[in-house]
Design a protein around this ligand. Structure first.
Ligand code: PLP
Length: 372
């Protein structure tokens, strides 16, 4: 049996998304920026994809900018905001962000722009009070992830966004793990910028978007042609953008059903482990992305578990995908102060809507077999 349970790392391309993109690779391959009739269809497809994606997060189409994915969108938000405001205004982010944010922040620090990395509580929640105690009228940007990729914790985005605005700062969120999995309404939450990546919601790899609230000041990230309203140059990846729109619309439509299914998968696995008397803790908050299970097993080795499960045909990860070569406690597990005797025995199981109850049972049985 082969079981893929690492959907927080990436997901399988949705079949309808795949079918939708074929036409723009083989037939309607015209450059969307050209004025002739051969480019009319790809141009219309881009427009339609932008409208569909905007609708999914309650944005306006002209507020959606296509990028190569979450990493690019994060870098754009962090670096361009720093450049616009100069080094007398500061950025605040959290200690548990993805490396796309943390390393972009380190880069702007090296250029002389101040960044503060605020701590989280033991559930991985950025407490609004912590932000309040740190922010000042000198803050230009607060960037806090919507949901954490290792432990699934969903952050109190509305409160954090309100605090940023009270101090005249912009609010950006890396919503790569949230979009398509939980409902996200940018207008209702008041978000100024949001990053998303198609391959986390059954879209293709290498494509994503940045939501940029209308009139928010930001410099272009990639200079060149006039694509993406002059903000992100480069010939558009029409086929992938079309597939991303199909995948996102489908994901958003099935959020409630998928949530129920994913919670059932979690319950079965946790139940079986508990019944077998396995000593483990589950990391993260109660308000989390359905399907992401960060489990720390007492006196176990996460790396050993990963490889033993792999030999049994099961794909899971330790911490985040980026840390899989790393035997140290991930920055997220360190930030939430997981007890050492548990921390090193951490694996992340992330279910997708395609996983079955039988698969969940099989994973639990495999873990029990390895640990007993
Ligand atoms: N942000 C978060 C929270 C992620 O989980 C990831 C991917 O793992 C990224 C950013 C990077 O996205 P991409 O793979 O599209 O560059």
């Amino acid at each position: 049996m082969k079981i893929y349970a690492d959907h927080a790392a990436t997901t399988k391309l949705d079949i309808d998304a795949f079918e939708a993109m074929k036409k723009y690779l083989l037939e309607e391959y015209g450059n969307a920026s050209q004025p002739y009739s051969f480019s009319r269809t790809p141009k219309a497809a881009l427009k339609s994809a932008r409208e569909i994606i905007a609708k999914c997060i309650n944005a306006a189409p002209e507020e959606i900018f296509f990028t190569s994915g979450g990493t690019e969108s994060d870098n754009w938000a962090i670096k361009s905001t720093a450049l616009i405001y100069g080094n007398n205004r500061a950025t605040i982010t959290s200690q548990i962000e993805h490396h796309a944010i943390l390393h972009a922040c380190h880069a702007v620090e090296r250029m002389g722009y101040p960044v503060t990395y605020i701590p989280v509580d033991c559930y991985g929640v950025v407490r609004p009070k912590t932000l309040k105690d740190t922010i000042s009228y000198n803050t230009k940007l607060v960037s806090i992830m919507f949901a954490n990729n290792e432990i699934g914790t969903i952050e109190p985005i509305r409160e954090l966004c309100d605090i940023a605005h009270q101090y005249g700062a912009l609010f950006h969120t890396d919503a790569v793990q949230a979009i398509g999995h939980v409902k996200v309404d940018v207008k209702d939450l008041g978000i100024d910028m949001l990053s998303a990546s198609a391959h986390k919601f059954n879209g293709p790899k290498g494509v994503g978007f940045l939501y940029l609230k209308s009139k928010t000041p930001l410099t272009p990230y990639v200079d060149g042609g006039a694509q993406e309203f002059g903000m992100r140059a480069g010939t558009e990846n029409v086929a992938s953008i079309v597939a991303m729109a199909v995948a996102l619309e489908k994901s958003c439509r099935r959020i409630d059903d998928a949530t129920n299914h994913l919670l059932a998968l979690e319950e079965v696995l946790l139940d079986d482990l508990q019944k077998a008397g396995i000593d483990f803790i589950r990391n993260g908050s109660a308000n989390k992305i359905p399907g992401i299970l960060s489990l720390s097993f007492k006196h176990a080795q996460g790396e050993m578990l990963l490889h033993r499960l792999d030999l049994m045909g099961i794909s899971v990860s330790t911490g985040s995908a980026c840390d899989s070569q790393n035997t140290q406690l991930s920055h997220v597990l360190s930030a939430i102060n997981v007890l050492e005797e548990y921390g090193y025995g951490t694996i992340r199981i992330s279910f997708g809507h395609e996983n079955t109850i039988e698969e969940s049972r099989y994973i639990a049985a495999a873990i029990i077999k390895i640990l007993k």
